[in-house]
Ligand binder design. Structure first.
Ligand code: CDP
Ligand code: CDP
Length: 229
């Protein structure tokens, strides 16, 4: 069967990566979490003195961006890809609240986006890819055959993230998470370079009241429709 490109965008913590990973595994496509790339650049910036308080040394980061190598490798235990930064597995480190609270300003920098988008486009050259993020359907793969834009209420998204962190043994307050979700939504939607917005030809999915298996079923139906058309 002909391989296509699938772009899944939307707001923070609404279930994009859960649905993207599951679909990719089922149909044998590559899955790329583009948010993990921006998180890895943020972790690198934290660990390499690019932040002073909340200030970002953009000149330093600009010089070093080409030395930030990000890759993904399947974790046989979880069956899902782990993120590697310059050869080290950083999957856990990039999911902390510290990284979540610093990632959106890093992802708003034009030279960071330029570098990440070029790498993402290279990964998707052969199609057969599911990528999730904020600008996949608008900027990275504007010609993707299937585009989804996912949303859910901020409270529901914060609750999902809270439950997830709790299950991992990481204590973060619900209010802190809700504030982070709102802040990232605001920065992501209002930045100058490829802000978060629904592509005109993307299908809108509000999964506020959907279970993971319901959204999975919905996505599989959309994939079948595109493949049959
Ligand atoms: O999983 P979660 O919704 O928390 O976010 P993520 O997908 O891990 O993305 C983290 C941050 O990276 C987002 O809040 C955006 O600021 C940025 N991002 C972006 O700008 N463009 C993308 N294609 C993906 C993520
Ligand atoms: O990738 P994104 O940030 O959009 O979200 P995610 O990491 O896929 O999902 C965030 C959390 O919400 C995960 O713990 C999912 O298991 C959970 N989730 C849920 O409870 N119900 C859904 N319909 C979708 C996701």
């Amino acid at each position: 069967m002909k391989k296509i490109t699938i772009a899944i965008d939307g707001f923070s913590s609404c279930g994009k990566s859960t649905m993207a990973k599951d679909l990719a595994r089922e149909i044998g496509y590559i899955y790329i979490d583009s948010g993990a790339m921006y998180r890895a650049v943020t972790l690198y910036s934290i660990e390499n003195g690019i932040f002073t308080g909340n200030d970002i040394d953009t000149e330093k980061l600009k010089k070093q961006i080409k030395d930030i190598h990000i890759s993904f490798q399947l974790n046989p235990e979880t069956g899902r890809p782990d993120t590697y930064l310059n050869g080290a597995n950083v999957e856990k480190k990039i999911r902390t609240m510290e990284v979540s609270s610093r990632v959106s300003p890093i992802a708003a920098l034009d030279f960071v986006r330029e570098a990440m988008v070029a790498r993402q486009q290279a990964m998707g050259k052969a199609k057969g890819i599911v990528m999730d993020g904020r600008d996949i359907g608008t900027t990275v793969f504007p010609d993707a055959e299937l585009k989804i834009f996912v949303t859910a209420s901020p409270e529901i998204r914060a609750q999902r993230r809270y439950d997830e962190l709790k299950a991992k043994g990481e204590e973060a307050g619900f209010d802190e998470i809700l504030e982070n979700v709102r802040q990232r939504d605001y920065i992501d939607q209002n930045r100058e370079v490829s802000p978060l917005r629904k592509a005109d030809d993307a299908l809108l999915l509000d999964n506020s009241h959907m279970t993971i298996s319901q959204q999975k079923e919905w996505l599989a139906e959309q994939f079948d429709k595109v493949c049959k058309s």
